[in-house]
Write a new protein. Structure first.
Length: 327
């Protein structure tokens, strides 16, 4: 394991929902010079205070060169197309999610660095057990995103077995955060609802009120990724695709929890057939006992802590609207 002072962490998809918060966390932990934030988007508008550059993960030579030049010890590979966006263009989603990962794993095999790859509840499908979904369960997802997540899990295992790449990963539930929008997921309602609650005191949800899904607050997700990457290898029976979870709720239950802080908040439902069918195919709750026993995973944010943190964070983004909508 690379000592903390020698870490050189390259993040792909750094301008995205996970990347934005991961970059700040690792820059704070290892120093801004130890982190290189990359994204296919132009870095001009990003809020990072560490070095940042444009990088298209589909450009294998550029990925290899960047990993090499930075002296990378770990890549957090977050560049991906999410579930609903993937259905708009399955072949493009396949290329981004699979070829991008392949290029990162190839570069990691060449330089001998670690790789973190997020998988998802989307790696399961309607034939998987739903509540709880075991660590090892039938995986027959029905979205292109889910297909790439299962294939990505296998590719990471393969690069470890064949080339010794220390590729680790987590199956994340829906992630809730305020620093950057999620963009194109099925669980995005659980982020949008907070902005709507503070701006308009009403929200139209694209899922049915009783759609239960697994969720996690971003601070827990970032901590889980960093802790897994730091876990001593002897403690791990496997490295990749650990189920992790923090809470489960429906849109109706989330609205109720928000109403505690935003009296009069109203929610109505106008289910979108695509996103509803995706949500209906996903687990209600992952069984994360392997993550808990192998590397000590423990979530800190439940529904009520998440709602408080989100209202606080979103309120700080938009102080005028937030102030008028909160008690
Ligand atoms: C999505 O909704 O597509 C993602 C996920 C659950 O992986 N948030």
């Amino acid at each position: 394991m690379t000592p903390p002072e020698a870490r050189r962490i390259l993040v792909t998809g750094a301008a995205g929902q996970i990347g934005t918060e991961l970059v700040s966390t690792v820059a704070e932990r290892y120093g801004p010079g130890a982190v290189l934030a990359t994204d296919v988007r132009d870095p001009a508008g990003w809020a990072h205070d560490c070095p940042a550059m444009q990088l298209n993960c589909l450009d294998a030579a550029a990925v290899r060169r960047t990993v090499d030049d930075f002296g990378t010890t770990a890549v957090f590979h977050l560049a991906a197309v999410l579930s609903a966006a993937g259905e708009a263009s399955p072949s493009a989603a396949y290329r981004t999610n699979m070829d991008g990962l392949l290029n990162v794993l190839e570069a990691a095999a060449a330089v001998g660095c670690q790789v973190f790859v997020p998988s998802s509840i989307a790696a399961f499908g309607p034939t998987s057990p739903r509540d709880p979904t075991p660590q090892a369960a039938l995986q027959r997802p029905t979205t292109i995103y889910g297909v790439t997540k299962v294939a990505g899990e296998l590719l990471c295992d393969y690069y470890h077995a064949r080339f010794g790449v220390d590729a680790r990963g987590l199956r994340f539930p829906g992630l809730i955060s305020y620093s950057a929008p999620p963009g194109g997921g099925t669980t995005d309602y659980a982020v949008e609802i907070f902005h709507a609650a503070l701006e308009d005191r009403r929200y139209t949800c694209f899922l049915r009120p009783d759609t239960r899904m697994d969720m996690m607050y971003m601070a827990d997700a970032i901590r889980a990724a960093v802790e897994l990457m730091d876990a001593p290898v002897e403690a791990l029976t496997h490295r990749n695709a650990f189920n992790v979870t923090a809470m489960q709720f429906t849109p109706a239950e989330l609205a109720e929890a928000i109403r505690v802080h935003v009296p009069g908040f109203e929610i109505e439902y106008d289910p979108d057939p695509l996103r509803q069918s995706i949500a209906d195919s996903w687990p209600d709750r992952l069984d994360d006992s392997e993550a808990r026993s192998q590397w000590g995973w423990q979530p800190e944010y439940d529904l009520s802590a998440t709602v408080s943190a989100m209202l606080d964070g979103v309120g700080r983004l938009a102080p005028v609207q937030a102030g008028s909508a909160r008690r």
